[in-house]
Structures are given as C-alpha cells and as structure tokens.
Design a protein around this ligand. Structure first.
Ligand code: M6R
Length: 615
C-alpha cells in the first residue's frame, strides 16, 4: 500500500524520485521520505503527512545533489504515521537506506536478535530491521545485491524492498515477494517503482519482476536474480499509455477526470472482441474451450468496488450460461474452506492486480485445482501473472482512490466473459451474442449522455452536505449498484451510508427511515421484468410514507415513479442487465460532489490507499 521509487542515472535523483512519489501518492499518504547518495555519503529526509510536508522540508534543508536515490510514500502498518516511522530507514552508521512496502511478519524476532547484537533501532516499524540486516551482510559481502538476497531469505511475509548503500554509489537494489515492483529501463538510467506511473515520464520500457527476485540497477543495465542467486526470468513489456494519461488534464481531481473518461474506457474495453466470422474472441483467455465446457461452477472473488462488479456479473453469468455463480469477498474466501475443484472457474477481479486478499484467494483456488481467470486493469501486475488467463480492461491508469472507470470496465469485461462462456457452451447463439455486444457498444454514448446531465445531481449533493446518513436501495442488478453508491459515499464523504436490497427493508432496515432521511433508489427498467419495477415503486411509497426524502434514479420514460420521487435522476433506457453501467455514474458524481462540499480530499480519502497490498 506504499509507493516506492528508486533511480540511478545521470539526472538529479531527488527530482526524479520526488516526481515519481507524486504520481504514487495515491498508494499511501501518511508520510514520505527520500535518500540520495552524494559525495561518498548518504543523505535522507522524511516527514509525517503528505508529500508536500517533505517538499517543504527539502526546501528548508536541501539535500546534496546525487544521481542515485530512493523514495517512499507510506500507508502505515507497523507504527503510526510519525517522522520517526517514515521511510527510508537507515542502519546505525547511516550508510544504508531502505524503503519497504508490505509486512515483515517475523520482524519481532529479528529485531530482538539485532538488539542483542548491539543495534539501536529508532522506529516502531518492521522495516528498520532490514536496514540493519543489510548493513551486517554488506559488511561481509561488500555487495548490496548479495546482501539483499541473504536478508530476503530470512524474511517472512510480503515485501517490496528497495535499498542503496553509500559504498556502492551507482547501484540501487530491489527485491519483491508478494508485493509489486516494476523496473523501468531508460538510456543510461534505470528506475524501480511500485507502479509504472512513477517513471512513465522517462521511459515506457518496463520489466516485470517475478516472485522472490532481486534486481540490481546500474546506469548500464539491470540484473535480475532469484533470492537463491540464480539468474531470474524476466518479461519486458511496453507501457501502452503515456505520462499525460497519469495527469489531471485540467480537472480539479483525478476522480473527476476518471469519471469523464468512462465512455472511452468502456469503448476501449470492447474494442476488437468480435472477429470476422462474427464470433466473440477473447485472445487472452487461454483456457481451452473444451475445459470451459466442463465448468460446473463459477466463483468470483474480489474486494470493494470490484466485488460489486462481481455481484452484478452473477446475474449475467447465470442468465446467459445457466452455470451457478457464487460471488465472494476475497478476504473471506479461503478462510471458509470453499468447495472447489478442477471444474470450478474462479474469476478474480482487480483493478490494481495487486490486492493481497484477492491474490491469496486466487492462490487458494489454484491449489484446489481450479482454473483462475483474472479481470484486471494493470498490465504486468501479480494477479494476472499468477492466473491461468487474463482479460484486461482498458481503462487506462486509475489514480483516484475511489474506483470509477475501473468499475464500469470490469462490468464490461464480466459481460464479455459471460457471453464467451455462453458461446463455447452453446447456451447463447451467435446472433444473441452480437445483439448484446451491439447494446454494449451503445453504452459508451449513453454514459456520455448521463455525464452531460449531472448538474442537478451536483446541486442535490451540495444541498445534502450537512446530512449524517444516506441510504441506497435497489433490486436485482440495482442492488449491487446501491451497495456501490453507498461505498462511494462512505469512502469519499465520510458519511454513514448503507445499501440494501429493497425487498429486505421490511425485514429490519425500514426502522432507520425518519423524517427527511435521503434515500437513493435505483429503479429497474419498467420494460424488463415488470414485477421488479412494480415492487420498487411500492418500496418507494413505503419509505416516503415514513418521511424519507426519495431520490429516484429511473430510466427515461418511466412515469410510474414520478409521483413518489422528491428528486428524479434520469438515465437512458438500457437492457436490464446493462443498467448498472449507466445507473452507477450519477452515484459517482453524487459522492464526489458531496465530498467536495464537505471539504474532504476527493482523490486521497482519509485512512485509505489505492492499492491494498496487505491482508
Ligand atoms: O485494485 P482492486 O480492484 O483489487 O481494489 C479493490 C478495492 O480495494 C477497491 O475497489 C476499493 O474498494 C475502492 N477504493 C473503492 O472505490
């Protein structure tokens, strides 16, 4: 959950590293720090709070100029967000500096051993032990990469480590186990980062690091080995987006930009899916059709917003393929001993591809012999790498902590997988698949139309800024949309928000309704299963009769809801299963505007991080 940058080359390391940290701040923003090698020594600065605090510190107390350096932006795990706990951590001689993402589970034992050997540890972090261990090993090997390999073999847990040593002024060493780290290769320079966004302004040539690998960066090149010292396999790739994609582009917040990018993201995710013969082709899905025909159960694992995409996908998968589909929070999955075998297809959905809970769930599934298909937005990340197959969403970089365009593209990818299963198993005819693809292709324009009509939603959000609670109701695919609307509001506006299946209200939650309580209701299309629509109209009447202020999201032409809607948000008419693609958008805008009205940080909500790489 932290952001890490390393650089060696001929530019000012401090400039490259702090610019990289700025792009990685979405990963954690409790504290930040840098270290540079210069004049035969090592200089470091670190500060609690956002990167801006560190930048001020660097203006007041500048570091010497050097061309090798590392940096870190933190999401605290061990030890609170203080100056002392901020990274980098140094050994007692101040010759080695290390930054870390993850958790070193055996740090207490290592720390006690170090204390016995006379080391003085100054922070409460698990990371600091690594600096001391590296110093010890380096004093014997005089080789930072070898010292790193030796230390990593003693560590338990998940970690990305990046270190420098004053005695090797042109070297940066990194290591990874269960935590992200990518290498950028430029002309006479090299980069290490948690995410390519940190170095995309300098190079688009990247190398994926594998599990349990150590990488040594020098100006002239990059050497990858395993923790055991053997040469490591590497996969190079070209990043297909550029620096401008990772910038705000005139918007006040990344979230606003990413909401606005949704029409393109949806269209890009659909590109090239139908071949000349009219069949749906998912090239990256390397699971043979014969195996997919044998599947007797689909299990979706994901977290947060991606989990909500999975809940919606269930309706499409079961309807189009008639295969039973379970959707489970990845963080719960392996602990309940799920029933899986080689006929289960597990779909892991993750924007970042690094969410530890989802990664652990997919590993558990593979251990049970199941096939795993990842739906992911981040090329080269761990989840697709460890899956049998991957379907990439093409949302482009999502920087705001609150997931928006990733969600819509995850839905599109799920629909594609459902249709593909229908195709290979013969439960959907080619013309039926083409008809759904045509409907999906129109969604991009419909989302654009929704975005053009959002001013009243923003106005409504501003008028509710003083409220404490907002409830969300939905039925069928509108139920996960309600959950997603509530999640966005909690995460961004720090308000009490809950999503309910509208039919559940009468089983308890209706007691929450009081005078003027805002309740957002996602109304299903009246053109779909009319029973659903009739039921939601009754639900709206029930809550309104008890004083709720009803905010109804309903498709154009749905007149039945009008008498009961205190506020009406219109969305274009779509086929029932596709409605979440348009119904979610006003809820994103609503949450973003409420957060702004309440003075909250939209892109970096409190206590959160974009990529959750701890369990
Ligand atoms: O990167 P992932 O899609 O695996 O992330 C999963 C969740 O952490 C993420 O969707 C989170 O819930 C969002 N911040 C919600 O907006």
């Amino acid at each position: 959950m932290c952001g890490i940058v390393g650089y060696v080359g001929s530019q000012s390391a401090l400039e490259v590293v702090t610019a990289g940290l700025k792009r990685l701040e979405y990963r954690g923003y409790d504290s930040a720090g840098v270290a540079v090698l210069a004049d035969g020594g090592l200089a470091a600065a670190k500060k609690a709070g956002k990167l801006v605090n560190l930048e001020k510190e660097l203006v007041e107390r500048p570091l010497p100029t050097g061309s090798t350096g590392i940096g870190h932006t933190r999401w605290a795990t061990h030890g609170g967000p203080t100056d002392a706990n901020a990274h980098p951590h140094l050994d007692n001689a101040g010759r080695v500096a290390v930054v870390h993402n993850g958790i070193i589970e055996n740090f207490a034992v290592l720390r006690a051993e170090l204390a016995e050997r006379g080391h003085e540890l100054l922070s409460e972090t698990d990371t600091e032990v690594v600096a001391h261990l590296l110093a010890e090993e380096f004093s014997v090997t005089a080789d930072l990469a070898e010292a790193m390999r030796l230390v990593c073999r003693r560590l338990e847990g998940a970690f990305t480590l990046v270190a420098v040593h004053a005695d090797e002024p042109d070297v940066v060493v990194g290591a990874r186990r269960n935590s992200p780290l990518v290498v950028g290769v430029g002309e006479g320079e090299a980069f290490l980062a948690s995410d390519v966004a940190a170095f995309i302004a300098h190079t688009r040539s990247a190398i994926e690091l594998g599990q349990d690998q150590v990488v040594e960066l020098r100006r002239g090149g990059v050497t990858v080995t395993g923790f055991d010292g053997r040469p490591g396999d590497v996969r190079s790739y070209h990043v297909d987006w550029d620096a401008s994609a990772a910038e705000k582009g005139g918007y006040d917040y990344f979230m606003l930009k990413e909401i606005a990018e949704q029409p393109k993201a949806v269209a890009d995710t659909l590109l090239g899916r139908i071949d000349v013969s009219g069949s749906l082709t998912l090239d990256e899905v390397r699971i043979p059709a014969s195996e997919l025909r044998e599947i007797d159960k689909v299990v979706i694992v994901a977290c947060g917003t991606a989990f909500h995409a999975g809940l919606i996908a269930k309706y499409a998968i079961e309807h189009w393929t008639r295969i039973p589909c379970e959707v489970e929070l990845a963080s719960e999955f392996r602990y309940r001993d799920p029933i899986l075998d080689s006929r289960s297809l597990v779909i892991a959905i993750s924007q970042s591809g690094e969410t530890m809970d989802t990664l652990m769930a997919l590993r558990h599934a593979r251990e049970q012999g199941s096939r795993v298909l990842a739906i992911c937005n981040t090329n080269g990340s761990t989840i697709p790498r460890e899956s049998d197959a991957v379907l990439y969403t093409h949302a482009g970089p999502e920087v705001a902590v609150a997931s928006t365009k990733a969600f819509l593209t995850q839905l599109v990818a799920c629909y594609l997988v459902a249709l593909y299963l229908g195709q290979v198993r013969g439960t959907k005819w080619g013309d039926e698949i083409c008809a759904v693809i045509r409907d999906l292709s129109r969604i991009s324009v419909e989302v654009e139309r929704v975005l053009e009509t959002m001013e009243p939603v923003r106005e409504l959000a501003r008028s509710l800024a003083e409220k404490d609670t907002v409830l969300f109701l939905g039925r069928h695919v509108g139920y996960p949309v309600a959950l997603e609307g509530a999640l966005k509001l909690k995460e961004l506006a720090y308000m009490h928000a809950e999503g309910f299946a509208a039919g559940e209200l009468k089983h308890g939650p209706i007691a929450l309704i009081e005078d003027d309580l805002p309740v957002v209701v996602v109304a299903p299309s009246p053109r779909g299963r009319s029973v659903l629509h009739d039921k939601i109209v009754s639900n709206i009447q029930e809550i309104r009769a008890r004083g709720a202020r009803t905010i109804v999201i309903a498709e154009e032409g749905d007149e039945a809801v009008v008498p009961y809607a205190d506020h009406l948000i219109r969305i274009p008419a779509t086929p029932t299963l596709l409605q979440p693609l348009v119904a979610t958008v006003p809820l994103q805008v609503f949450a973003c505007e409420l957060a702004t009205a309440r003075g909250n940080e939209v892109d970096q909500p409190r206590n959160l991080a974009k990529s959750v790489t701890v369990e």
